[in-house]
Ligand binder design. Sequence first.
Ligand code: ATP
Length: 262
Amino acid sequence: MSAVSVGPAAGGPDAEPALEVRGLGVRLGETWALRDLTLVLPRGRIIGVVGPNGAGKSTLINVICGQVAPHRGRVLLYGRDITGAPPWRTVAAGVARTFQEPRAFADMSARENVATGVRNGRYRIRGRRAALALADELLERVGFASSPHALPGWLDFADSRRLELAKALALRPRVLLLDEVLAGLRAPEVEHGLELLSDLRTTGMTILYVEHVMKIILAVSDQVLAMDDGRKLMVGTPQEVLADPRSMESYLGGRHVYPLGG
Ligand SMILES: Nc1ncnc2c1ncn2[C@@H]1O[C@H](COP(=O)(O)OP(=O)(O)OP(=O)(O)O)[C@@H](O)[C@H]1O
């Protein structure tokens, strides 16, 4: 394992709230994509987010990272109000995200993409050479199997996802927002990803993890938020959510069926 520190600057898990969303309401076109959503994410925990298509999971990530401004409610990062702050400010405050559809600069190599994050994030490394060296370490850490010099368009599905994760880690987040970063990977690749997320948790990083594959959520989450129609159905341990008729109804009640397997 690489010696690179990919976590926040200090500390182990404790109960301090890293992120709070209070009464979030977001209207997109004719739809309320989020309705009065309140959630507290303790520091150094992994919170899985599940719910059917259109439940508002991606919108929640978009609001926290500043890509969508809420119509109602607040977002607090370590007690600091970041509601409606633009992405460059939420990054500076310690928020990073991955996208469901990987996004990278097409004309830059994988390592240059990650190094761009390093130079613009909280590592405070500005020199190109040092940023590239750290980028190589981060790519290794996420299990990137292609050449670091490869262009994003040449990467297979798994390495596209890994590059997406390395780009987010390059910002040195305190709160990491993941949108289906392990979905579609093979079992050993998922296993490696789960180990990495567990390692990140021990550094004190807080992770909000949107994922459709229940098996992945059950394996890694401390708490699970079940959503439907922009609302919080419940928050509980993975076992509590799995056993609760409300959350399972929204999965298995006829409209949506998701695999419990990986
Ligand atoms: N740009 C947009 N304009 C209008 N409505 C939108 C827009 N983006 C999302 N929505 C609507 O907002 C609601 C929440 O969408 P969102 O993408 O957050 O759900 P999701 O839970 O992430 O779904 P999925 O699992 O399919 O990614 C849905 O009803 C969706 O149709």
